[in-house]
Design a protein around this ligand. Structure first.
Ligand code: BES
Ligand code: MN
Ligand code: ZN
Length: 483
């Protein structure tokens, strides 16, 4: 989709979209962006209480030619980039579905302007996304119509940045949306390799033989039940004079059946999405390279398919992770922390300044925080604060959960090995995070994002279409860009 500067001489767009805060609706005479004709119509709609600027509202007014759309942004004092993005994206989505080929976007007040520029690029990139590659596009299939967005507030560089952010998220979503029959660990490796070629990244893949010589016993154990063997993928983005070095680690379970501790069928549904952490790492690597960020970024994807079979690892098995720690398997469905254990060892060996992992790790985190917020755990106050700041800008809500708990700590111990991979039912997200901590190198600032929950959605909302959301990509890019 194109973004173009709007000029008085431009040919008229199909439709007009006006973004207004609640205060703007009370201050129409002073909004210089609106010409007299528009102002009169909007004033009438406001006085009739058809439109009040309420956050997220969208009013369509059919005109002689095309439509006028009014989108509410809520209170001026509460404006931030995430608010504009979450209102603008669904508005453009609706406009594109209502057969408009082009739309002119007008900002009510200058207050909106400072949050608008990057956001428009992002909204334009995200508004038309749906995962429909497997739909046979029959006669009743309606393609998304919107092709062109015009605006007076034209900032090509900022738009381009927004478009990169959108493309990074869509890359992650598109991969995460693929079913288990289409994407297995080897496919993840192929995708990483072609991304590396496209963006000038280094890429190293460890296959099952190499994983054995590298002593990645935990990842191998999780992958042992599947005919699709596991892979550990290491992507590197290296700018010339980086300000620091960050390792991103992603859980890449291409399907989580639970293994021998098989999941009930209703819980197994959607487990194609258990590779979202790894897909997000691919998205962030793509974004970091396209934006030319001044940070060295290592992306480590730990990929396996968790399946039950005669070769699968069993409950009671004792395995050895890369750092030599032994783990008794209590539950084969607690596989994410196992594949992350080896990946966190590999990341720690790089001696980075920071490690951030993303994982659809526990149902418990979703029970605690709901479907719209991810859990954040960190051993470093400064890092946690920076990530929370990035999350505020990105509009991906995070909530910090504790990483220290003397009682839960006791339950990590096994009578016959160093650790056990699952414990009592309550506090499952904390247990998992504390387990991961055992594999993070001494003195490295580390943060863990448990994205089970917001990783996917069964309804369309804000910037999200049905399916995988790539939740975490924006926050990571925002964090990296601020370093
Ligand atoms: N992939 C799941 C967690 C999950 C659940 C993600 C629902 C998204 C939605 C993970 O591997 C898992 O099965 N966790 C178990 C751990 C338990 C066996 C200790 C869980 O949360 O029930
Ligand atoms: Mn599982
Ligand atoms: Zn899982």
């Amino acid at each position: 989709m194109r973004i173009k500067r709007w000029e008085k001489t431009s040919s008229a767009a199909d439709s007009v979209l006006v973004l207004l805060t609640e205060e703007d609706t009370q201050n129409l005479p002073n909004l210089s962006a609106l010409d007299e004709g528009l102002r009169v119509i909007i004033a009438a709609l406001v006085s009739r209480k058809d439109f009040s600027g309420k956050k997220g509202s969208l009013l369509r007014v059919p005109m002689v030619e095309g439509n006028l759309y009014l989108c509410g942004l809520g209170k001026t004092g509460k404006l931030k980039p995430a608010v504009v993005r979450d209102c603008l994206t669904p508005s453009l989505r609706t406009i594109g579905r209502q057969h408009n080929k082009s739309v002119r976007v007008i900002l009510g007040s200058s207050e909106t302007e400072k949050y608008f520029t990057v956001t428009l690029g992002e909204a334009v990139g995200l508004c038309g996304y749906v995962f429909d590659k497997y739909k046979t596009k029959g006669e009743d299939y309606e393609p998304f119509a919107l092709e062109e967005v015009l605006t007076e507030n034209y900032e090509p560089e900022e738009f381009a940045k927004g478009q990169v952010l959108a493309a990074s998220q869509i890359f992650s979503r598109q991969t995460a949306n693929e079913p288990g029959c289409a994407v297995c660990p080897q496919t993840m490796a192929e995708k990483a390799q072609s991304l590396a070629e496209e963006c000038g990244l280094e890429c190293e893949v460890w296959d099952e033989e190499r994983l054995k010589t590298e002593k990645a016993g935990a990842l191998l154990a999780v992958g042992s039940g599947s005919k699709n063997p596991p892979r550990l993928i290491h992507l590197t983005y290296k700018p010339e004079n980086p300000v620091c070095r960050v390792a991103l680690v992603g859980k890449g379970i291409t399907f989580d059946s639970g293994g021998l501790d098989i999941k009930p069928s209703s819980f197994m549904r959607t487990m194609k999405g258990d590779k979202t952490g790894a897909c997000n790492v691919l998205g962030v690597m793509r974004g970091a390279a396209s934006l030319g960020l001044n940070v060295e970024v290592h992306g480590i994807l730990s990929c396996a398919e968790n399946m039950p079979s005669g070769t699968a690892c069993r409950p009671d098995d004792i395995i050895t992770a890369r750092n030599g720690k032994t783990i008794e398997i209590d539950n084969t469905d607690a596989e994410g922390r196992l594949v992350l254990a080896d990946a966190l060892c590999v990341a720690s060996e790089l001696e980075p300044d920071v490690i951030i992992d993303m994982a659809t790790l526990t149902g418990a985190c979703m029970v605690a925080l709901g479907k719209y917020r991810a859990g954040l755990f960190s051993n470093d106050e400064g890092l946690a604060a920076k990530i929370l700041e990035a999350s505020d800008l990105s509009g991906e809500p995070l909530w910090r959960l504790p990483l220290e708990d003397e009682h839960i700590s006791e339950t990590l111990k096994s009578p016959c090995a160093d650790l056990v991979n699952s414990g009592e039912r309550y506090g499952g997200a904390i247990f998992a995070a504390m387990f991961l901590k055992e594999f993070v190198g001494e003195g490295i600032a580390w943060a863990h994002m448990d994205i089970a929950g917001p990783d996917s959605t069964d309804k369309e909302y804000g910037v999200y279409s049905k399916g995988m959301t790539a939740f975490g990509v924006r926050t990571c890019l925002e964090y990296l860009a601020e370093l």
